[in-house]
Write a protein that binds this ligand. Sequence first.
Ligand code: AMP
Ligand code: MG
Length: 427
Amino acid sequence: MNPASFAAIAASLAGYDPQALRVELAQQFIAELLPLPQQSETVGLRAALGRVLAADIISPLQVPAHDNSAMDGYALRASDLAIDGETRLRLAGTSLAGGAVSGSVANGQCQRIMTGALMPAGLDTVVPQEFTRLDGEYVVIPPGILRTGDNRRLAGEDLALGSVALAAGRVLRPADLGLLASLGLAEVPVWRRLKVAIMSTGDELRGVGEPLPPGCVYDSNRYTMWAMLERLGLEVIDLGIVRDQPEALREALMRAAALADAVISSGGVSVGEADHTKRVMAELGEVLFWRIAMRPGRPMAIGRIRSGEKTALLFGLPGNPVAVMVTFYAFVREALLRMSGARPEPLPLLRAASTRALRKKAGRTEYQRGVVKRGAGGQWQVDITGNQGSGILSSMSQANGLVLLGHQQGDVAVGDLVDVVPFDGLI
Ligand code: AMP
Ligand code: MG
């Protein structure tokens, strides 16, 4: 692969301004940098949960394999049903789930059948047991309750032989595991798990469990970064806290580039910082320092850094704890999913009424933290979680969604509808 140079990508993006970069342009720029996965492996079904499918799964059989009953009841011919008045059909035998097809059933007869049992040849409809009454050897069916084909499952109605049951790029979820099992597949090809190295930079940082001298803060970013990456199912390489010293930074970044597909650092990329992160990053490869038109999270570095022949994508995130999370979700999440071979769809947004007036300047994208809940009338409403400073991690912890205020959006009045990305989903 011969990747496009940063200058070429920048030139292809209308309105590219590294000092006030629109969120959408930064996302488009990053999308141009992403290598696709090269190595796949075969894993057992359970180990495949959350992994990315490396090839289309072509159905090797039809599911269900044969026509069968969707109900416990009696299989019959719809043509035997009386137009009006009760129908009386003679009971000819029983079909159990897992049993073979029984002998033929004559006109005017029916067969007792269990859910999942094969439909006897010539019979096309099942009447549920609870609608019937037995009268000696006869099953009595009231009029007007059945149409041809009711309660019969057709062979191949779930999956047709030779069809694409699951497409490459799919992140496997519980239903997919079941689907693969229904095809009799014990293993599937998945892309190798992406390796992501993380590090926190800053002389003021201390690790949990250590004493906290005046002027220092505990390193929380490595925990949020680790957790966000774990949730994406990626392999995390934790390179710890790196001091603001050129040698230490160079060594850590080179190690990261050698070990990982992508490197995420926090801190040291803001303007006027007395740290050396920017200079050292720039020495190790092709790196851009952006000021993004967003809040929180203005400064960010993006680059390719090298260690010998190997290149890794670098995301230099800001140091502020909320900014780390917001820039991760705005730029890093989808990039890493694509590098993992996934083809993510845009996340569904909720439209919720703001319970407060929000000040918002047009000309930047804002990600406010909010609590979404149902209002008295059943409509969704969102309440911003207090102080929105980029260091206020409790605002993120209390929230259950990010309120997205787009680039052009101005002030929000009480009751205005805003877009919210919910944190939690069903699956
Ligand atoms: P920086 O981007 O390095 O200028 O850092 C901005 C702010 O975020 C400063 O107040 C730092 O102390 C804080 N900060 C940087 N890294 C971390 C970290 N790993 N954990 C918690 N706070 C951090
Ligand atoms: Mg710093």
